[in-house]
Design a protein around this ligand. Structure first.
Ligand code: FES
Ligand code: FES
Length: 171
């Protein structure tokens, strides 16, 4: 069996032997017990299973885990929903999700949270004009499906974190 090593939420894991056909979703949930990452459609259509992948150049992007083998994450640094809060302190985005009551069943929430966090970090490095904010948030969250139809609340939760600190995210 192949063995993989990777960093998850800043902690090194591995080498761990995995079946070649084991999905990253099953690796996180069944092998490591990180069940915050959800399994929805299983077909790369809903992004409830998305995690953050941190590239070596300092950029980050979300990636689904349901249709990608764990072996494809060998050597990567990723973040899951479990990695957002630090010492029990929620991030501004997590607090905004709660104050907006952005989620209902919560099944899609880890994916939206990871996507929103990637957007915040991107805007911190490359702020945008206020006039582009609504479109930018819409485009960032596009592709994440919520069966409870919480799209507006998620949008508002992400947008309001940005508006609360305009000098950090907006030009
Ligand atoms: S469960 Fe992975 S995209 Fe839906
Ligand atoms: S809150 Fe239920 S699927 Fe989004």
């Amino acid at each position: 069996m192949p063995a993989i090593s990777l960093t998850i939420n800043g902690r090194a894991h591995g080498p761990i032997e995995v079946r070649a056909d084991l999905s990253m979703n099953d690796f996180l949930r069944e092998v490591l017990g990180l069940t915050g990452t959800k399994f929805g459609c299983g077909a790369a259509q809903c992004l409830s299973c998305a995690v953050i992948v941190d590239a070596g150049d300092g950029t980050s992007a979300t990636m689904p885990t349901c249709v990608i083998a764990a072996t494809d994450f060998d050597g990567k640094a990723i973040r899951t929903v479990e990695g957002h809060a630090k010492d029990g302190a929620l991030t501004p985005l997590q607090q905004s999700f709660i104050s907006h009551f952005a989620f209902q069943c919560g099944y899609c929430t880890p994916g939206f949270l990871n996507e929103g966090q990637v957007l915040l970090e991107r805007l911190e490095k490359a702020p945008i004009p206020r006039a582009e904010l609504e479109r930018t948030v819409t485009e960032a969250l596009d592709g994440h499906l919520c069966r409870c139809s919480g799209y507006v609340k998620y949008h508002e939760a992400v947008r309001d974190v940005i508006l609360a600190d305009p000098g950090r995210f907006l030009t």
